[in-house]
Ligand binder design. Sequence first.
Ligand SMILES: Cc1ncc(COP(=O)(O)O)c(C=O)c1O
Length: 458
Amino acid sequence: MAQTYKYREIYLKTKQDILSQQYNSHEKLPSKRQLANDQNVSINTVKNAYEQLFAEGYIYTKERQGYFVEALNKLIIQDHRIPQPIHNNPTKIKSSYRYSFSHMTTDISQFPIDLWSKHTKEAFRLFQNEMSEIPIYKGPIELRKSIAQLISYKRGVTCYPDQIIVSSGTANLLSALFNTFSNNQKIAMENPGYSRMRKLFIDMGQDVVNIPLDQKGLSVNRVKSEQPDFVVTTPSHQFPTGTIMPISRRIELLNWVTEHNKYIIEDDYDSEYKYGTDNIPSLYSLDKNDRVIYLGTFSKTLMPSLRVSYMVLPYPLLYKFDLATDTAITDLSLINAYTLHLFIKSGNYEKYIRKMHHIYTEKRELFLKVLNKEFKEDISIYDMEAGLHFLLSIKTSLTYQEIEQKAHDNSIELYTLRRFMVDEPANSKVKTLIIGFAKIELEDIEPAILKLKEIIYE
Ligand SMILES: Cc1ncc(COP(=O)(O)O)c(C=O)c1O
């Protein structure tokens, strides 16, 4: 141990002396024996240190003469600023909140880890060959087949597995897609809407236009006046307001893109959970003219950290996409991809969704009951009986910043509508909060709401 430590000390000291030009180029280093005597270590320790320096190119040997210093340029070090942390206010680690109203996650306490592990083992056994090869960009065909079946049955999305691209996150899929177009595509986005995606498009140099919503979802009149190349929408459960786009608006939007040769990007992010009604068919299922790009994800059904999302491309876009990604490698974890394929194929995915539907129904109902009991006429709830969150508007003179800060100080993870709006909402006497009900434990719902009440009224 002492020798190992000594070895590092000699290695580091000699390296430092060479870099700071304490030695001249081609100067002979002390012999191994001499340095070993000086440092009171074995010759081997010095030899190891010199050999490491030799391997890294700091020194060279001459036969029977010893070790010499290489001719090195002095390393430029411009100044000695002490690096500062990027954020002066370190943000709280999310998982350390006492209560979470986050809309971004799922309840993974019920995740069938044993079944998942069983499928992982099976995946290793069944797909050993595939896993030892460089994987193609679109993801394993087996998983694409399973997804094709799943979305045909659940969402009315009839497509060939060929049209499906699976990747680790919606952002990756969209980046890859927009790499096949020239920059500065005009993209219409809902406002309020999914701010992460809006930022992605802006960062990519696209021309994002923000489209307001009315009670039927995004305003098609505004779309018509903006003339975008793509319209991004969440018709099954508008994010974050929850509006379900009625058929009249769907037809109007589809007709506009068809007549103008434009595209809709349908973000079907959380369509799996409906509480009062049956599933609402996708916009893709209504399209007969190849005008809809469909996005789906397992982030809301399994967990966001799994990073498995998919995109269905209409054929006119597919040929170009396949050409552009011909030599690209997927960023998907193949072991997760094959495990998920087996999880779906075995029926365990559907079983899990049914179980979670039951759990989320219970949580959601308790939320609504306790909120109405505690806040009475001070609140209105925009609850479209779908997904994993709803909007809660509360009469309060607190600002959005004050509510967020107080929630944070009281260990509640809470997001408000302002996060999803392009402009700061007007400072009215009503503030709208996003209430995600998936992550919180059932028994924590009432105490969390009481805490929220304290925050609002104290
Ligand atoms: C509105 C919306 N769209 C899409 C997604 C899917 O994102 P990903 O598949 O990258 O996890 C999410 C995820 O939370 C979302 O909230």
